[in-house]
Ligand binder design. Structure first.
Ligand SMILES: Nc1ncnc2c1ncn2[C@@H]1O[C@H](COP(=O)(O)OP(=O)(O)OP(=O)(O)O)[C@@H](O)[C@H]1O
Length: 382
C-alpha cells in the first residue's frame, strides 16, 4: 500500500492549546498516512493526542487550540452534481476505479483551508466522524429520520422524498429493523446499541470516503460492541471506506485494523502493520500496552499496569517523554528525543533501543508468552 498516494497524509503536525496555566503541547510532530479502503488505528493512553489529531482533520479544534506547524493533505474527488448523481444511482455512491477524470482529483491542505470550505466540502460530507457516546451526537428533540436526512439536505440539497428513502435504506444498512417506523422515533426510544447504529447511519449519509471512529464502542456492552465493529467492517467493504479508529482498547484494534499507530505524549512512537505491532512490538510503551491488555488466560488482578503517569504537557518533556516510566531507558533518553528508526518499510519505532549501536534489550518474558498465545489463537481462528 505504501507506494500509492494516500487519501489523507499528515506531516509534522504540531498543535497546542492556550490555557490559564500556559501552553499545552498536545500534538508534537505527527506523521500519518491513510490509504483508500484501509483501516488504521491510533492507540494510546488518555491525553496522548489521539482525539486532537483527528479533530484537526475535521476542522473542529477547540477555540483555544492552534496548529503551529504541519500539513493535513486530503485528496478527494471533486465532481459536478450530475456526475455525483450518476455515481449514486449507478454505483450506490461508490466511485468505481478509473471513473474519475484527472481534473476531478483534487488535493487540499486542511490546515490552510478556510473554515467555510471545510464545513461545506469536507466535514460530514467527505470525512465523517462517529463519536463515543451516541447521546451527545444525537439531538434528543429531533426524530431519527430528520437527523439522518439533515446532512444530505445540507450538503447535496437532496429533495425531501429522496432523502427520506435514502435514510430508510441507511437505517436498514446499519441493521435497524422496521426502519420506516424508526424514522419517526426520538433517540430516547432506542437502546444504546441502536442509537450508535443511527449515529453510523448519519455519518454514512453523504457517502463519505473517510470515517473516523472515536472510541465508537466504549459506551456499549461487549456483545453489542462486537456487532457494531462487524457492522462497520461490512459497510467498509461495501463502500470502500477508509477508517481511522481512535481507541484505548487493543482488543478492538486487533479485530479491525490493518495498521496501528501508537501515540504517547503527542507523538507517534511506534507504527506498523497489525501483525508487526502485536507480534513484534519494539517500543517499551507498546510492550506495556500489550501486557496490560486483558486476555482469556490472565485474570484482572494479575494484569500489568504501566508504572507512573503520562507527562504534564504544559511542560514539554526533554528527551524521550516515556523515559521516566521506562525501566529500559538509556542515558541518552534523558537528553535527546529519539528519531523514528525504520525496521521494515511499514514498521517504525521512536526509541533509542532501536539505534544500531544500542544495547540489546529483550521484551519481558511474560509478554513473550502472551504473544505466543496470541499467535496460536490467531492460527486456530484462520
Ligand atoms: N481545549 C483544550 N484545552 C486545553 N487542553 C486540551 C484541550 N483539548 C485537548 N487538550 C489537551 O490535549 C492533550 C491531548 O488530548 P486528546 O483529547 O487528544 O487525548 P486522547 O489521546 O484523545 O485522550 P482520550 O482517550 O482521553 O480522549 C491532553 O493533554 C488534553 O488535556
Amino acid at each position: 500500500m505504501a507506494d500509492t498516494q494516500p487519501i489523507l497524509k499528515i506531516r509534522d503536525l504540531d498543535i497546542s492549546f492556550k490555557t490559564d496555566g500556559g501552553n499545552v503541547k498536545a500534538v508534537r510532530g505527527v506523521d500519518l498516512d491513510l490509504h483508500k479502503g484501509e483501516t488504521i488505528a491510533i492507540v494510546g493512553e488518555s491525553g496522548s493526542g489521539k482525539s486532537v489529531t483527528t479533530k484537526a482533520v475535521m476542522g473542529i479544534l477547540a477555540g483555544n487550540g492552534t496548529i503551529n506547524n504541519g500539513t493535513i493533505e486530503y485528496t478527494y474527488a471533486d465532481m459536478s452534481p450530475e456526475r455525483i448523481a450518476e455515481v449514486q444511482e449507478k454505483y450506490d455512491g461508490v466511485i468505481p476505479e478509473g471513473y474519475l477524470k484527472p481534473e476531478e482529483i483534487k488535493t487540499v491542505d486542511i490546515v490552510q483551508s478556510a473554515p467555510k470550505f471545510i464545513q461545506s466540502q469536507i466535514r460530514g460530507r467527505r470525512i465523517a466522524m462517529v463519536f463515543q457516546d451516541p447521546m451527545t451526537s444525537l439531538d434528543p428533540t429531533m426524530t431519527i429520520g430528520k437527523q439522518v436526512m439533515e446532512a444530505m439536505r445540507f450538503h447535496y440539497n437532496t429533495p425531501k422524498q429522496e432523502a427520506w428513502k435514502k435514510a430508510v435504506r441507511l437505517l436498514e444498512l446499519v441493521g435497524i429493523t422496521d426502519a420506516e417506523k424508526r424514522m419517526k422515533n426520538y433517540p430516547h426510544q432506542l437502546s444504546g446499541g441502536m442509537r450508535q447504529r443511527v449515529v453510523i447511519a448519519i455519518a454514512l449519509s453523504c457517502d463519505p470516503e473517510v470515517l473516523i471512529c472515536d472510541e465508537p464502542t466504549t459506551a456499549l456492552d461487549v456483545t453489542i460492541q462486537a456487532k457494531i465493529l462487524e457492522l462497520i467492517k461490512e459497510i467498509q467493504k461495501k463502500k470502500d471506506l477508509s477508517v481511522i479508529y481512535i481507541t484505548h482498547d487493543l482488543g478492538v484494534v486487533a479485530k479491525v485494523a490493518d495498521y496501528v499507530n501508537v501515540m504517547y505524549a503527542g507523538r507517534i512512537i511506534e507504527t506498523g502493520t497489525v501483525n508487526e505491532i502485536f507480534y513484534d512490538p519494539r517500543h517499551p510503551y507498546t510492550w506495556g500496552l500489550l501486557a496490560s491488555m486483558p486476555d482469556v488466560d490472565s485474570s484482572d488482578d494479575e494484569l500489568y499496569t504501566i508504572p507512573g503517569t503520562p507527562p504534564n504537557m504544559l511542560h514539554e518533556p526533554v528527551g524521550d517523554a516515556f523515559a521516566p516510566r521506562n525501566r529500559f531507558a538509556l542515558q541518552i533518553d534523558e537528553k535527546v528525543a529519539p528519531p523514528m528508526f525504520e525496521l521494515t518499510p511499514t514498521h517504525k519505532v521512536a526509541s533509542w533501543l532501536a539505534a544500531p549501536n544500542a544495547p540489546k534489550v529483550e521484551m519481558p518474558e511474560d509478554l513473550k508468552k502472551r504473544i505466543n498465545r496470541m499467535k496460536k489463537e490467531a492460527d486456530l481462528n484462520v
